[in-house]
Design a protein around this ligand. Structure first.
Ligand SMILES: Cc1cc2nc3c(=O)[nH]c(=O)nc-3n(C[C@H](O)[C@H](O)[C@H](O)COP(=O)(O)OP(=O)(O)OC[C@H]3O[C@@H](n4cnc5c(N)ncnc54)[C@H](O)[C@@H]3O)c2cc1C
Length: 412
């Protein structure tokens, strides 16, 4: 056993590299990361990293690099399609959470993590597609598509929503959530219609035809992106690809919803934005899993492979980062080798309870963002307004944004 790598991590996206870094930096434990892509993935979109996510990035030593390539903010403004303010959520706060919220491209976060792995001397083997796992009593064998294999004491599946690691240890089916998103990035803020100056940014705008977010994403805030999430009928994987490629159709979907009776700068964006730059993404979900570990507990799932849901709570990457740091403190417990069954059960219970709350929060956001009749929309807007009058700008969100993964050790 001693010559085996202690840990093999499958997936070099967000959660996998964060786990490898946390293990090395906090506990001096080495691991090896296997990644399907030949190099780091530049695809993806801008994401929002709330303080609970940023805190993990700080703990693993990449926050400073990432922060300077994204837009930090504290106040998220909410308004209606008539540009009336509904509320103001303190989504970040150096005072209450130690961190601001950060809007940044996912690829920047991934690259920062992978670069830091290199600095720390943690091997990342690119171009390695895991195809099979064989779990034995004392180790796990990994088989890759190129015909090679490897062995480790424990394997961590951080291989995203369509996880092979998950398939190897349980039967599950990812399913379409009923929602998709359309995003356009790289809009010069100065090019927005002057009506944009009537609402502070970043702003979530709610109306009876749905929801549009306008978010600065560059360090100075001079570049913004816009996105909308919306209910949309299911279709096959091929049909989704066809729709995503048909940029005229994607722009039509946007214009039908937001081309009229919205603040002028939103109507203009849906018409003037270069349609070739629009991304359409269906959101797939992993159903709630009874376990995030294999029966013998030598295979462990984290991030989207364990619990992918829609990004309507802005918490997908955050949950992967939290999983990573909490698991690193679990794996490095002094009794782990002799008592891993108990420790992993505690970790799994702690994380799945939190994920249940975050999923409820996400689903609520999905309902608030969905189109409705004028009357229901009116009620929803009053509810949003009333909530912030009641809770103030903290919005009772300390449970979400104040979470510190280091606290897991109190449960052992
Ligand atoms: C449109 C959109 C907007 C989003 N917005 C937000 C947001 O605002 N805030 C937020 O926190 N989150 C957001 N998310 C969610 C976030 O991007 C994901 O939750 C996060 O990337 C998951 O990280 P992960 O490491 O678990 O998986 P991934 O980032 O998917 O990484 C998985 C890695 O595993 C590799 N892999 C896959 N299969 C194999 C295999 N067989 N062998 C080896 N390697 C493999 C992949 O190549 C990939 O590199 C958004 C997602 C989408 C789609």
């Amino acid at each position: 056993m001693s010559e085996l790598p202690y840990l093999a991590i499958v997936g070099g996206g967000i959660a996998g590299p964060a786990l490898a870094l946390s293990l090395k930096k906090h506990h001096g434990i080495s691991s090896i990361v296997y990644e399907l892509q030949p190099k780091y993935d530049v695809r993806g979109v801008n994401i929002t990293l709330a303080p609970n996510a940023v805190r993990v990035l700080q703990h693993v030593g990449v926050y400073d690099v990432v922060r300077t390539q994204g837009y930090s903010y504290d106040d998220l403004h909410l308004s209606n399609a008539r540009s009336q303010a509904l509320g103001n959520l303190l989504q970040g706060s150096p005072k209450y959470y130690n961190y601001s919220c950060l809007r940044v491209h996912r690829a920047i976060v991934q690259k920062a993590l992978l670069d830091e792995l290199k600095v720390q001397g943690i091997p990342v083997i690119f171009g390695k597609k895991l195809v099979r796992l064989h779990e034995e009593k004392e180790s796990v064998e990994l088989e890759f598509a190129d015909g090679t294999s490897a062995r480790a004491s424990f394997v961590i599946g951080a291989d995203g929503v369509h996880s092979r690691v998950r398939d190897a240890i349980m039967e599950t089916q990812t399913s379409y959530s009923g929602f998709m998103g359309i995003i356009g990035m790289g809009v010069k803020r100065e090019s927005l219609h002057k009506s944009a100056s009537q609402v502070p940014l970043p702003n979530f705008v709610f109306g009876s035809k749905g929801f549009v977010a306008i978010m600065p994403s560059s360090y100075e805030g001079t570049v913004v992106d816009f996105f909308s999430t919306m209910p949309f009928p299911a279709r096959s994987r091929e049909e989704w690809n066809e729709l995503a490629e048909d940029k005229t159709k994607v722009q039509e979907i946007l214009q039908k919803r937001f081309g009229d009776k919205w603040p002028q700068f939103i109507c203009d964006i849906t018409r003037d934005y270069d349609k070739e730059g629009l991304s359409l993404l269906p959101f797939f979900e992993v159903p709630p899993l009874e376990r995030w570990t294999s029966v013998k507990r030598r295979v462990i799932l984290i991030g989207d492979s364990a619990h992918a849901f829609t990004p309507q709570g802005g918490q997908g990457a955050a949950m992967g980062l939290e999983d990573a740091e909490t698991l690193s403190h679990t794996l490095s417990h002094p009794d782990f080798k002799s008592d891993y069954m108990r420790l992993l059960t505690i970790w799994e219970r702690h994380r799945s309870e939190r994920l249940r709350l975050v999923k409820d929060f996400t689903d609520l956001n999905g309902r608030l963002r969905s189109p409705d009749t004028a009357f229901i929309q009116w009620v929803k807007e009053w509810l949003i307004w009333g909530r912030f009058r009641w809770t103030g700008s903290l919005g009772n969100m300390q449970w979400l944004h104040g979470y510190n993964a280091e606290d897991i050790v109190r449960f052992f």
